[in-house]
Design a protein around this ligand. Structure first.
Ligand SMILES: [Zn+2]
Length: 199
C-alpha cells in the first residue's frame, strides 16, 4: 500500500499552499472553548491565510494575518452544572455575543434573571422587577451583588423599553455578571459530591 505523504503542497491561483504540519498556533477554539496549540492545518505560502483543525473537536478555525478571523472565541465562561432550562438561555447569550449581537445578548440576560427566579421557586407570569426583588429576598443575590444585578436589570430595561443599542463593553460586563450569578446559584453546589441539604 502506498503511504500518503503527510505534507503536501499545491498551486492555487496566486499562491501555493501547504497542507499538514504548518506554523504552530495557540488559540481558544471557538467551537469547544478549549485552549489549544496545534500545527495541523492548511496555509498559503506567505502564511497570511491559515486554517487550523482543533485536535479536541476536529473543527476548523480560519486565521488571517496572524489573527483569528472565524469563528471568534465564545465569550463567557463554560458552566457545567446549569439546569436544563437555564443552560440553553445562557449559551444563547454567549452565541449572541460571539456574533456581535450585543443588544440581543443583554435582552436575553434580562430574561434569564426571570428564568432563574421561576426555576428557584418564584411564581410564574410576574413582572420583571418582581423577579429581581424575589431573587434578592430569597438570598440568591450575594450581599454585595445588588449593584451588579441592578446593572443587568437597568441595561436590559434600556434595551427593552428605549430600544437603546448596547455596545460590546456593556454587554461583556453584563455577561460577566450573569455568569457570576449562575456560578453562585448552581455551579458551586454542583461541584459538591453530595447535594446540599436545604435547612
Ligand atoms: Zn475545538
Amino acid at each position: 500500500m502506498t503511504k500518503t505523504p503527510w505534507i503536501a503542497t499545491a498551486l492555487g491561483n496566486n499562491n501555493s499552499y501547504a497542507i499538514g504540519f504548518i506554523q504552530e498556533q495557540n488559540f481558544t477554539c471557538g467551537y469547544c472553548g478549549r485552549d489549544i496549540g496545534t500545527k495541523i492545518g492548511i496555509q498559503t505560502q506567505d502564511t497570511v491565510q491559515r486554517i487550523y483543525i482543533c485536535p479536541m473537536c476536529n473543527r476548523a478555525t480560519y486565521f488571517e494575518s496572524g489573527h483569528v478571523f472565524c469563528p471568534l472565541p465564545r465569550p463567557g465562561e463554560t458552566l457545567v452544572y446549569l439546569p436544563d432550562n437555564i443552560r440553553p438561555v445562557y449559551e444563547e447569550i454567549r452565541s449572541a455575543m460571539q456574533a456581535g449581537a450585543f443588544t440581543s445578548a443583554v435582552l436575553l440576560a434580562r430574561t434569564l434573571l426571570s428564568h432563574i427566579a421561576v426555576t428557584e421557586g418564584a411564581p410564574e407570569n410576574k413582572p420583571f422587577n418582581f423577579y429581581v426583588e424575589w431573587l434578592d429576598q430569597n438570598n440568591h443575590i450575594p450581599p454585595k451583588g445588588k449593584h451588579w444585578v441592578s446593572v443587568i436589570k437597568n441595561k436590559g430595561n434600556d434595551a427593552a423599553h428605549d430600544l437603546e443599542m448596547i455596545d460590546s463593553k456593556t454587554a461583556n460586563l453584563v455577561l460577566v455578571f450573569v455568569a457570576h450569578l449562575l456560578r453562585n446559584i448552581y455551579e458551586m453546589s454542583g461541584m459538591l459530591p453530595v447535594p446540599p441539604v436545604t435547612p
